[in-house]
Design a protein around this ligand. Structure first.
Ligand code: ADE
Length: 238
């Protein structure tokens, strides 16, 4: 998977993309990341990327010409890529959307800044507008990092077998069960007995029930779309 990121702040990405899973994905050749400075696609002396909105109002908009030139140029590196724009007006980002995006041949992510982007860029170039939550960030860069991280984890071979994305929260539509490591007692709190039993069926049952309980308490909205067995439904009614 190739990611190309169009931004006014490429340096924001260099530290985060040089660590951990994203570093490993690049080292294994499973992902490639291109960072592109939108300002490099301006043609005026002042390298202008923004302008005031028609009709008045506060703030500045990103001008269409440098963005269009940047997208056209990056499309040559990333043929068949899906073009994303990070914006609070976008479709809410979820695990399901991350899975959909992980199947694409490539992604071009346009990071919005200022008060937004000229609407003609949305109309002409953008396949999906994506929001990572109902709050406003100073720009789309952090949202782009969230997209790259969560999609990268889903690309086969990026995670080791001991880190399977399947048992993560949302892998099966539920929140994850609580986890414990040594010591068996800490601050007067014991590790739940089923986890110490060595009985795999008992452990699996306890974990499933804990995941169901947690999801019911914290995110009941998720239960409507989770794959639930008859035993799961019985447990939730108990
Ligand atoms: N840009 C600013 N806020 C954002 C958000 N919540 N999601 C995606 N992009 C953004």
């Amino acid at each position: 998977m190739r990611f190309d990121i169009l931004t006014l702040f490429p340096d924001m990405f260099r530290g985060p993309f040089d660590e951990s899973i994203i570093r490993r994905g690049q080292d294994k050749g499973l992902i490639q990341i291109g960072l592109h400075q939108i300002r490099d696609y301006t043609v005026d002396r002042h390298r202008t990327v923004d302008d005031t909105p028609y009709g008045g109002g506060a703030g500045m908009l990103m001008k269409p010409e440098p963005l269009a030139a940047a997208i056209e140029s990056v499309k040559q590196l990333n043929a068949d890529a899906t073009v994303l724009l990070t914006t609070p007006q976008g479709r809410p980002f979820t695990h399901t959307l991350a899975q959909e995006l992980s199947l694409k041949p490539g992604l071009i992510i346009l990071c919005g800044r200022y008060e937004g982007v000229d609407e003609r860029i949305h109309q002409h170039y953008v396949d999906h507008e994506i929001s990572i939550g109902d709050y406003v960030l100073s720009g789309g860069e952090l949202a782009a990092m969230v997209l790259v991280d969560s999609v990268t984890r889903l690309i086969p071979g990026v995670l080791g077998s001991d880190e399977s994305a399947l048992t993560d929260s949302f892998g099966d539509g539920l929140l994850e069960y609580p986890q414990y490591t040594r010591p068996p007692e800490f601050n007067g709190l014991a590790v739940p007995a089923p986890l110490l039993s060595g009985n795999h069926a008992e452990i699996a049952k306890w974990r499933r029930e804990q995941a169901l309980r947690r999801t019911a308490e914290r995110r009941p909205d998720l239960l409507a779309h989770a794959a639930l067995s008859a035993a799961d439904r019985l447990f939730l009614r108990s």
